[in-house]
Ligand binder design. Structure first.
Ligand SMILES: Nc1nc2c(ncn2[C@@H]2O[C@H](COP(=O)(O)OP(=O)(O)OP(=O)(O)O)[C@@H](O)[C@H]2O)c(=O)[nH]1
Length: 319
């Protein structure tokens, strides 16, 4: 029987990695291989998921819906030659990927013989303003979904879940909508329980012209970062950012890696795993609309996080 594929899509910072991590942490004996695509040069997602599973393949520095489509197909072929074969394959797209193109790529005859797209899951921040669903990329991510998972309901106001459901219905998306508190979705919804049931092949829609709308800027340092100075830097950068995430040591707690996330205008900091040998002590990926943030401006703002001079107080608070 073909190996079922779960494709996880959703806008920048929606909560895709959180869903995949939850799924891998609750695999209950299933062999789940994960393919993770970050379109920046540093694949932070792969590092965040690596702790939860051995079978993570990272595709970075490009998008699997366009520039890395060949890499995706090669990766899938390699996974399918593994002995034992994975029971399921999860593909997490980057937040800027158009899943319709990936669905088309998965129709490759070599892949189709051994693996079939079973479910497309679109993760959606429940606090997203309904008007954002008019955006072509977000619409495309919703349109191919079989299931829409509402994330971050705990952060949104009371009516947000209802409003989002109504906005999704208004887009005539036929998907089932479920809540995904901190990434939790019943795995029975995502993977078939009767493995002898082959999913039906899909008909991919017409190809959309590629649109370069976002760019990623990576910043690394061999020094730990000062937390108050980082707060000031993020406060300056926030109006220009669509998303940022990174791993670094801090001056305050050297030898311990912190996970930094900036999504939906909210910054958070959490303790991470021990730093991997050979990686820079700080690595952060910043995603902005094209032309909004230059590397020179980013470098000069971020340099202050490791500089010697004393910074002033005040900055963005970490949630
Ligand atoms: N409070 C809360 N935070 C959440 C929830 N789901 C995700 N997050 C947080 O949202 C931020 C972004 O989540 P990710 O899972 O990294 O988002 P993503 O869609 O993989 O991001 P990209 O791959 O960069 O597009 C992280 O700080 C998560 O911890 C949730 O249900 N509740």
């Amino acid at each position: 029987m073909p190996v079922p594929i779960l494709l996880v899509t959703g806008f920048l910072g929606a909560g895709k990695t959180t869903v995949v991590n939850h799924l891998l942490a609750h695999a209950e004996g299933r062999r789940i291989a994960a393919v993770v695509n970050d379109f920046g040069a540093i694949n932070i997602d792969a590092e965040l998921i690596a702790g939860a599973s051995d079978g993570v393949v990272s595709l970075a520095n490009g998008c699997i819906c366009c520039s890395l489509e060949g890499d995706l197909l090669r990766t899938l072929s390699t996974l399918l030659r593994r002995d034992p074969k994975p029971d399921y394959i999860v593909i997490e797209t980057s937040g800027v990927a158009d899943p319709a193109d990936i669905v088309r790529n998965l129709m490759d005859p070599v892949i189709l013989r051994e693996a079939l797209l079973e479910t497309v899951l679109c993760v959606m921040d429940a606090g997203t303003p309904p008007a954002a669903l008019d955006d072509a990329l977000q619409r495309s991510q919703l349109r191919v979904a079989d299931i829409v998972a509402l994330s971050k309901l705990d952060l949104a106001d009371e009516g947000a879940g209802m409003r989002m459901r109504a906005a999704i219905r208004a887009q005539r998306v036929p998907a089932m909508v479920v809540d995904a508190p901190h990434g939790a979705i019943p795995s029975a919804l995502l993977f078939p329980t009767h493995v002898d049931r082959a999913p039906a092949p899909r008909t991919p829609g017409p190809k959309r012209p590629a649109e370069d709308r976002f760019e990623t800027l990576s910043w690394t340092s061999e020094h730990p970062l000062s937390l108050p100075r980082l707060q000031q830097a993020i406060a300056r950068l926030a109006p220009k950012l669509a998303r940022a995430k990174g791993l670094f040591e801090t001056v305050e707690q050297p030898g311990r890696q912190m996970v930094f996330q900036f999504a939906g205008g909210r910054a958070t900091l959490a303790p991470g795993d021990a730093p991997a040998p050979g990686v820079p002590r700080a690595g952060i990926v910043f995603i902005a609309e094209l032309g909004v943030l230059s590397k020179a401006e980013l470098d000069s703002i971020m340099a202050a996080c490791v500089a010697d001079e004393k910074g002033s107080e005040g900055g963005i608070g970490f949630g």
